[in-house]
Design a protein around this ligand. Structure first.
Ligand code: ADP
Length: 442
């Protein structure tokens, strides 16, 4: 059985969020048990110096032919293929710039999907593991062309669906019979994610609780009814992190913590994309209450210009709040290490990785208990992954969770940290669950 893991981002080649981390860690964990390789786009911003040329071919969409070049690289024993294609590879960033999403994203990722199909045939792939809307059309192409390949489709975040004007169907050579409610249509638009839901053999999402939540109107992003129709093939598998290669760095974490820590005030950190999902509104709402406590707060965040501006103003106003605007991998690791507590007041969270990284680094997470946060951070039960969780997304409950954290004695905090240090946050257990799914298809 040969597996191809297809994703729009893989760490360390290109990353905007947790998808890149998972696309790195899961195939590395699976490598021990299976013949797995990966494929992603080759973007204009990537350093391709070490890549080797592998293959070239062309794909055809609506009578237009696009030349594809495939490059190859190997990291941690997993081979990655990179698709160089017109439009797809001509952008500096992955999905968009300051003006918004790139206007030709439907074509960019449509070409990417058809190239994945061609590459899979050339590599004799048995199962293609697709991730999010960028790769979802592969499931449709495979069914439409009756190729007999098996597909697993993972939803990392239902809020991102790949919505486009109906005219893109023709551009992509997708027959109009697919423009129905049972297929790609979504309120007169084309919805790429629906292709993954409708045509893949198995759908997974990144935590058991999120798998239940997305079937409800509250979390279903307009697709709860559609997902309920396909519920028989939906499974929730909790994400993990790459504890062996990505976060270890052969350093003594506890020593590092002691070195960075100013012991006078507890340090709270938040490391996040600045989008509404991450609960920044609630944080801003609770700011004056928070700042009355004897704490230091550090936010490392990248994204929405309005939120950035607001946080800059708050940083100016409060001495015990520091804000670093931007995306900085190294700084994030230092912040996880130096902190006492990590804040994750996400309104919804499919899985979340920050809480795992934090617990691995000896930092206690304070989370809104939804989705994967509910499955991975436990306050009342003595279960792996200990932290603080609150149920309702209100200022009162959020501030009270922070007060519970501050009420923990040094001794109690040390106990939680030591307990978490012995938990397994790796992808090992979940990788075996994916393997079982792949095997069920052949
Ligand atoms: P999402 O994919 O929704 O952004 P996840 O919790 O799944 O959220 O993954 C977030 C990943 O991105 C983590 O590895 C986190 O450390 C990292 N990250 C988020 N924002 C930043 C930032 N501003 N700088 C550095 N790393 C960041």
């Amino acid at each position: 059985m040969k597996i191809l893991f297809a994703s729009s981002e893989i760490y360390p080649y290109a990353k905007t969020g947790g998808l890149a981390d998972v696309s790195s860690a899961l195939p590395i964990a699976l490598k021990k048990y299976s013949n797995i390789s990966r494929v992603m786009p080759l973007y204009g911003c990537m350093n391709t110096e070490k890549f080797a040329f592998y293959d070239d071919f062309s794909v055809s969409l609506d009578g237009n032919t696009y030349s594809i070049q495939v490059f190859k690289d190997e990291k941690k024993g997993v081979c990655s293929y990179f698709i160089k294609a017109p439009f797809l590879s001509e952008t500096k960033r992955l999905y968009g710039d300051d003006k918004g999403d790139y206007k030709n994203n439907a074509l960019r990722f449509g070409i990417f999907c058809m190239a994945i199909v061609q590459l899979s045939l050339r590599l004799n792939i048995t199962v293609i593991h697709l991730n999010d809307w960028h790769t979802a059309l592969v499931a449709l192409f495979v069914k439409d062309l009756e190729l007999g390949l098996k597909t697993v489709f993972t939803i990392h975040n239902l809020a991102y669906q790949g919505l486009f004007d109906a005219t893109v169907l023709e551009l992509l050579g997708i027959p109009s019979k697919y423009f129905t409610m049972e297929s790609l249509e979504f309120y007169e638009k084309v919805n790429f994610l629906k292709a993954g839901i409708a045509y893949s053999d198995i759908i997974t999402t990144v935590s058991p609780t999120y798998a239940k939540e997305i079937l409800t109107p509250e979390f279903g992003c307009g697709l709860d009814g559609f997902l309920r129709q396909h519920q028989h093939k939906l499974v929730g598998i909790l994400n993990g992190i790459d504890t062996i290669s990505q976060y270890n760095d052969e350093i003594n974490l506890i020593n590092i913590k002691a070195k960075y820590k100013d012991d006078t005030l507890p340090l709270f950190v938040m490391i996040t994309r600045l989008v509404a999902q991450k609960g920044i509104d609630l944080l801003i709402d609770s700011f004056s209450s928070l700042m009355q406590e004897n704490i230091n707060l550090f936010i490392l965040g990248d994204g929405d210009a309005h939120i950035t501006q607001k946080l800059k103003e708050l940083a100016h106003k409060y001495e015990n709040f520091y804000f670093f605007s931007g995306y900085d991998e190294k700084l994030s690791h230092q912040a996880y290490t130096a902190a006492d507590f990590l804040l994750m007041p996400s309104t919804f969270e499919p899985c979340g990785l920050n809480q795992f990284i934090a617990m691995y680094y000896g930092t206690i997470p304070i989370v809104h208990s939804v989705g994967g946060l509910q499955d991975s951070v436990h306050e009342k039960e003595i279960k792996c992954g200990r932290g603080i969780g609150y149920k309702n997304q209100t200022k009162q409950e959020f501030v009270s969770a922070i007060k519970r954290a501050l009420a923990l004695s040094k001794q109690e905090r040390k106990k939680i940290v030591a307990f978490n240090r012995h938990c397994d946050f790796s992808f090992h257990k979940s990788a075996l669950k994916y393997l079982k799914l792949y095997k069920s298809l052949v």
